[in-house]
Design a protein around this ligand. Sequence first.
Ligand SMILES: [Zn+2]
Length: 310
Amino acid sequence: MNYIVMDLEWNMGRPREELKVMPFEIIEIGAVKLDDKLNEIGRFSHLVHPRVYRKLHWMNKKIVHLENSDLEDAEDFEMVYSEFSAFCGEEPFLFCTWGDTDLTEFQRNIYYFDCIPLAEGPVEFLDVQKLCGYNEGSPKERMSLEKAVDEYGIPENEGFHRAVNDAAYTAEILKRIDRKYEKYTSFNTYHPPKTKGEEIIKDYGRYKKHISRCFRDKHELLYDNTIRTLTCPICGQRIKKEIPLFSLNSKHYQMMGVCEKHGAVKAKIRIKKEEIQNLPYAVKTIRLINEEEKENLIIKYQKSISSKSE
Ligand SMILES: [Zn+2]
């Protein structure tokens, strides 16, 4: 399998002209293609002629080091996107990006310009920024690309914030990350699964992730059997709930039970909104928890019922 390490530069509109479906218009696509041994086998670098936010916003100008005149002769998004698809090739590949925003903005542009979607459902990818945190033993940390390049001692021959340069730096970091972390893929859910059969259940070993299809409303989602059911992430055994599904706020729900073989299991449900039709879907993560986490969850649950009865 190949790796397409991608980076985008974009422009934004002034508040009055901003479109909700596409707050950022892509002005550059850069990518580095790596083979399964992480050797570079290709580079892609194209500017895009902006048609929605035609003038570079001063903030983007400062970041990207581009002028309006640089983009005048560039090709339209549709053209650059089709060249990019050809660059990605026929062989299977995995997208790699720094952080998780590029794939969302990319798909918003693809949708706005009515191009063929990247995928029908969620796009699995490697968030190199996240893996970098894992590799450094601080999984919650979100380092800037500049800082990571510095920490790994990668020579800074090219300027940052030009798409192909940032993609190349991201690729260099990926090469320095222990490959055992590559199994911790992420999913961009700009397009959630379309049917129950296409729902994603991914086993990461210590935890499991389930991405549901869209429901008509939140009520239907919360009463769905698969979403309400608690199973052990290790043995798959159905578990009786000790704490029923309760809400922390309107978007986050949790529940807990104990597997006889493996101990306490917590499920977290995040309700997200699909952008185009504005329908809810769920991202559920199920994992084992220790005694301390179990106690904390019980306290949270008790608080949530007492606040409701007040
Ligand atoms: Zn179990």
